[in-house]
Write a protein that binds this ligand. Sequence first.
Ligand code: PLP
Length: 357
Amino acid sequence: AYNFCAGPAALPEPVLQQAREEMLDWCGTGMSVMEMSHRSDEFVQIAETAEQDFRDLAGISDDYAVLFMQGGASSQFATIPLNLLPEGGSADYVNTGIWSKKAIAEAQRYGQVNVVASAEDSGFTDIPEPSAWRTSPDAAYLHYTPNETIGGLEFDFVPDSGTVPLVADMSSTILSRPVDFSRFGLVYAGAQKNIGPSGLVVVAIRKDLLGKARGLTPTMMNYQVIAENGSMYNTPATYSWYLAGLVFKWLKAQGGVEAMAEVNRRKADKLYGFIDANDFYANPIAPRFRSWMNVPFTLADDALNAEFLKGADARGLLNLKGHRSVGGMRASIYNAMPEAGVDALIDYMSEFAKERG
Ligand code: PLP
């Protein structure tokens, strides 16, 4: 079966196999990783190796703290302003879709948010030219969502935020291609797409941005506290951290993010190419900003949606139903989706269009 779920998403098969093999007895310890003290030498080694592999893959220098936090990406929507938006200050946000909006709504609870650009006018199919963004040099930070998982709208550039720290929700694009992380003040990613199990959220924050949290910030949300304690101020999500580490090793074995980028680009080009060439299917996003990770598409007749999904399920092409807010279909093709999965999807779409088109 090929699982096209947007998240929690498919994990690489070899990672699941290894986790199964190690489930009852990790490296001769007679224990599952799930049962180990987070302070044990064994777990500390697992945790440190995972962090280093993540740094190696992403190219994140020692100028940044890498944190393995909990509460998913959504908890970061509040954690970020609590840490970076001073009382009386303002933050700039770019609105490109549903996840940007959630980040904006949460930040508004803590201070002034300026929506400096919005894709709303285009129905979230196009990203406004940066020259038209109304950014402020006094903003505490500039937040954007490089890939909108639901809409399938993805930046093909990193915005220039000048001296203002750039903050990015990389939940659905992290480790899918090379990115110059030195351009960012803070990036965060819910793990359940390209990293591992849901609930875990990986944060990379430039160290000079630590220590600015407001007084009322919950301790568990204070980046400095989490950084000073090696993400072990409380009991971390140990098993998820371990699984993330297995995914990082797998990614390295695939050739890292450069190799992933090649495959991901090819997978996306194939699928969009097929959709564009076939009158029966459509994707509304401006070609330049089409997501490599999440490919929403509609059928010529919505009345055929249920039948399309049923036929897909029967072939082991799973979870293609679009998000309830947009309808249609969505194929999420993260790192763990092999090219053969995209080929199988295209074969099915082609047959379905011939029969019902
Ligand atoms: N941001 C983006 C871009 C997402 O795709 C998601 C989840 O799909 C989230 C945030 C929320 O993540 P979580 O469910 O881990 O809070």
